[in-house]
Design a binder for this molecule. Structure first.
Ligand code: FA5
Ligand code: MG
Length: 356
C-alpha cells in the first residue's frame, strides 16, 4: 500500500509536486515570510476512532463512522478514511506547518474515479500573533482574522494548483461542510469539460485548536486526493491503473510532471509464431503489412524473433512472433487460431513464402 513511495510512480510524482509547491510559496500578504512545511509520509494506516473522528469533532451519527463506510480493525481502531486523522497528534507534537501524505480507506463506489484505497495529502498551517498582519487579533472568531486566514489558504492552494496544472486552469471555490473546519470550502478544477473535485479545506475549527493547547492561535487545513490529480494531470483513464504491475504502465512514468499516458489494452495478449523460408528481396515491412491487412487492429505487435541461413542450401529462414490483443475484449483461442491460419495463408499466397 505504499504506492507513493515507489520511485517514479505517478502518485509519488504528484506528492513531490505538492511538496515542491509548498516549498516555493511566494511571500504572504504584507511580505510575511512562509514557514517551512514538514512532510510526514510514513504514518501507520491504522488509527484510533478518536484520531479519525472524535478529535475532529465528527458528530456521533456521522455517516463515515458506520462500518458500511469505514474499514474497522476492531471497536477502537480503523483504517484511516482521511489524512485529517493525523491533524491533532501533529498539532499536539508542536508542528505548526506540515503536510501528511498517506493511503486512505473507504467503502465507496468502485468506478473509474473511486477505489477503496486512495491517497491524500493533508496540509496544515498555524499562525501565531506575530504572523498576522499588524492589528489583527489572533482570534478565530474575529471576522477580519477569519478573512485573512481564508485568503492566505486560498493563495497557497492557488499556488499549488498553478504548480500542478498550470496557471491557466479554471477553478471554482464553493462553500462546503466539514466538522473540523469553519468556514469550509471545496475546490474544483475544470478538466476535460467537467468540474473535478480536488480538495476540501477551511479554517481549523477553534475547538480543535483549543483541545490541542493552541487556543491562542489560528490556522488553516486542506486535504487533496492524489489519484484525481494524477488522473487529470497525466491523462490516466482508470483509478485501478495505479495498482497495476504492468510494465507498459510504469515505463511511461519517469518522475516528470509532463508525462501524457498512452492507453494500452488490459485484455490478455496471445502470441503466435510463424516461420518461413524467405525469398530474396522480401522486406520485413511486407510481412508486417500482410499481417496487418489480415488481422487489422487485433495485432498489437509483430517481432522478428529468429533468423538463420541454411549452411548447405543457403536458404534464409525467419520467424516472426505475432501478438494478438483486442483493445476492448478478450479474444477466444478459436478466434486467434483462425486469424493465424489466415495470416499463414496470405503470407504463402501473396508473398510467396514457403512456410515451415
Ligand atoms: C476529506 O477527506 C477531508 N478530510 C478534507 C479536508 C481536510 C477538509 C482538511 C478540510 C480540512 P473528502 O471526503 O471530500 O474530504 O475527500 C477529499 C478528497 O479525497 C476528495 O476531493 C477526492 O479528491 C479524494 N477522495 C475521496 N474519496 C475518494 C475515493 N474513494 N477514491 C479516490 N479519491 C477520493
Ligand atoms: Mg468532498
Amino acid at each position: 500500500m505504499d504506492l507513493h513511495h515507489r520511485p517514479s510512480h505517478p502518485l509519488t510524482t504528484i506528492k513531490a509536486g505538492i511538496a515542491d509547491a509548498f516549498a516555493s510559496l511566494p511571500a504572504g500578504e504584507g511580505g510575511i515570510a512562509r514557514p517551512k512545511f514538514k512532510l510526514f509520509d510514513d504514518e501507520s494506516p491504522i488509527v484510533t476512532v478518536k484520531q479519525n473522528f472524535d478529535d475532529l469533532l465528527a458528530p456521533p451519527d456521522h455517516v463515515m463512522r458506520q462500518p458500511s463506510d469505514t474499514f474497522y480493525v476492531d471497536e477502537e481502531r480503523l483504517l484511516r478514511c482521511h489524512t485529517s486523522a493525523h491533524q491533532t497528534e501533529k498539532l499536539r507534537e508542536g508542528n505548526t506547518a506540515f503536510l501528511v501524505a498517506a493511503d486512505c480507506y473507504r467503502r465507496d463506489e468502485i468506478d473509474a474515479t473511486h477505489y477503496p484505497v486512495f491517497h491524500q495529502v493533508e496540509g496544515l498551517r498555524v499562525f501565531g500573533p506575530d504572523e498576522l498582519p499588524p492589528g489583527l487579533p489572533c482570534d478565530a472568531t474575529h471576522p477580519e482574522t477569519r478573512d485573512f486566514v481564508c485568503r492566505d489558504l486560498r493563495a497557497c492552494l492557488d499556488h499549488m494548483v498553478d504548480g500542478l496544472f498550470g496557471a491557466d486552469v479554471e477553478r471554482k471555490w464553493s462553500d462546503d461542510y466539514f466538522p473540523f473546519t469553519d468556514p469550509s470550502f471545496e475546490l474544483e478544477i475544470q478538466y476535460n469539460g467537467k468540474w473535478l473535485e480536488l480538495l476540501g479545506c477551511g479554517m481549523v475549527h477553534r475547538d480543535i485548536m483549543t483541545n490541542c493547547g493552541l487556543g491562542d492561535r489560528v490556522g488553516w487545513a486542506f486535504g487533496i486526493g492524489l489519484e484525481r490529480v494524477a488522473m487529470a494531470r497525466f491523462g490516466i483513464p482508470d483509478i485501478r491503473l495505479f495498482w497495476t504491475d504492468d510494465e507498459r504502465f510504469h515505463k511511461q512514468f519517469d518522475g516528470s510532471m509532463d508525462t501524457r499516458f498512452e492507453s494500452y489494452s488490459k485484455y490478455p495478449p496471445c502470441n503466435k509464431d510463424v516461420a518461413f523460408w524467405t525469398p530474396p528481396g522480401l522486406h520485413a515491412n511486407d510481412v508486417y503489412e500482410t499481417i496487418r491487412e489480415t488481422a487489422g487492429d487485433l495485432v498489437e505487435s509483430v517481432e522478428l524473433i529468429d533468423e538463420f541461413t541454411h549452411p548447405k542450401t543457403g536458404r534464409h529462414s525467419t520467424c516472426y512472433r505475432v501478438c494478438y490483443r483486442s483493445m476492448d475484449r478478450s479474444l477466444t483461442n478459436a478466434e486467434v487460431d483462425l486469424l493465424q491460419e489466415q495470416v499463414r495463408d496470405r503470407l504463402s499466397n501473396f508473398l510467396g513464402v514457403e512456410l515451415r
